[in-house]
Design a protein around this ligand. Structure first.
Ligand code: AN0
Ligand code: CP
Length: 312
């Protein structure tokens, strides 16, 4: 593996899932692989899980870790080519990415979408600019349109907890007071399309995800119908894609309750708003996998970093 920008960078998803599960049993088996190698974790946005689990994954492989909060601790970056930089931006991505590449062997980046400029978000301007001007592999820690470390985690969790060969997996939209990105549902949908699962998506009208991503997936507008006989229910809020970045409805009847979940397992990437996205009763029950999911973030990241280190 030369980079991890999206699910397409994975050659063999089933193989990578098995490698992650093996690392979970023996996390310190490859301590020499990362010796004298450094990863730089670069954040434009907040994070709890991604920051700590990626650091832990790198440390398990013997790597050194440096973290930079680009929003608060560094210079404001310019991404436009040929720009006359006489306003707020102090440093161009050309220098920034080239300089950081001299300090690190792998660069990992978190950069959320604007949710106002659809064209810029869809082009992945920030992630792609780092990749263009960096001379080291780049890892996506959630970009404008994708969260592939989360999706790999979710795939691992489903494999670990499946009791049948081809489980039914439902991605359901759930209400949230603020406009949220499409990255998590996009990447989850892509991962499920790569796996042998019975997958469908349910959301209110107006919340269709990018049709290029969901084109082969069943969309069911009736949540109760979609949830019927589900083995895994993955809840997530996202803002409208068609009416870009807008919150069109906040219908509380879409919140996941014990009655809706029935016998399925509950999944969410976290952070989750209790009693908005999902009821306390579900989150506090044995049917919730959210804590196990968050644990798997370490082994998903470790599997990816191991592949990158082995390709150097
Ligand atoms: C982010 C999102 O929805 O993409 C990060 C999730 C991992 N969530 C929030 O901003 C609450
Ligand atoms: N799931 C996830 O990416 O969480 P953080 O935003 O806390 O990193």
């Amino acid at each position: 593996m030369k980079q991890y920008l999206d699910l397409e960078d994975i050659n063999d998803l089933d193989g990578l899932i098995q490698k992650a599960i093996a690392l979970k049993s023996n996390p310190f088996n490859h301590q020499d692989l990362g010796r004298n190698k450094t990863i730089g974790l670069l954040f434009f946005n907040s994070s709890l899980r991604t920051r700590l689990s990626t650091q832990k994954a790198a440390q398990n492989l013997g790597m050194n870790v440096m973290t930079l909060d680009l929003k608060t601790d560094s210079w404001q970056l310019e991404f436009e080519d040929g720009s006359i930089m006489d306003a707020n931006t102090a440093e161009h991505i050309k220098e920034a990415a080239a300089v950081i590449s001299q300090y690190v062997d792998i660069m990992a980046l978190r950069a959320f979408p604007t949710l106002t400029d659809k064209a810029q978000d869809q082009k992945e301007t920030i992630l792609k600019s780092f990749q263009k001007y960096a001379s080291v592999p780049v890892v996506n820690m959630e970009s404008a349109t994708a969260h592939p470390l989360q999706a790999l985690t979710d795939a691992i969790t489903i494999v670990e907890h499946s009791t049948i060969k081809r489980p039914k997996v439902v991605l359901t939209w759930a209400p949230h007071p603020r406009a949220l990105p499409h990255a998590v549902p996009n990447s989850f949908a892509k991962a499920m399309q790569m796996m042998d699962v019975d997958f469908c998506i349910t959301h209110p009208k107006g919340y269709q995800l990018n049709p290029e991503i969901t084109r082969n997936t069943r969309i069911i507008y009736d949540q109760d119908e979609a949830l019927m006989n589900a083995d895994f229910v993955y809840a997530k809020n996202w803002s409208s894609y068609a009416d870009y970045g807008k919150v069109l409805c906040n219908d509380q009847s879409w919140m996941i309750t014990s009655k809706k979940l029935n016998n399925a397992k509950f999944m969410h990437c976290l952070p989750v708003r209790r009693n908005v996205i999902v009821s306390d009763q579900v989150l506090d029950s044995d049917q919730s996998l959210v804590i196990q999911q968050a644990n798997n973030r370490t082994y998903a990241a470790q599997a990816v970093l191991k592949e990158l280190l082995e390709s150097m």
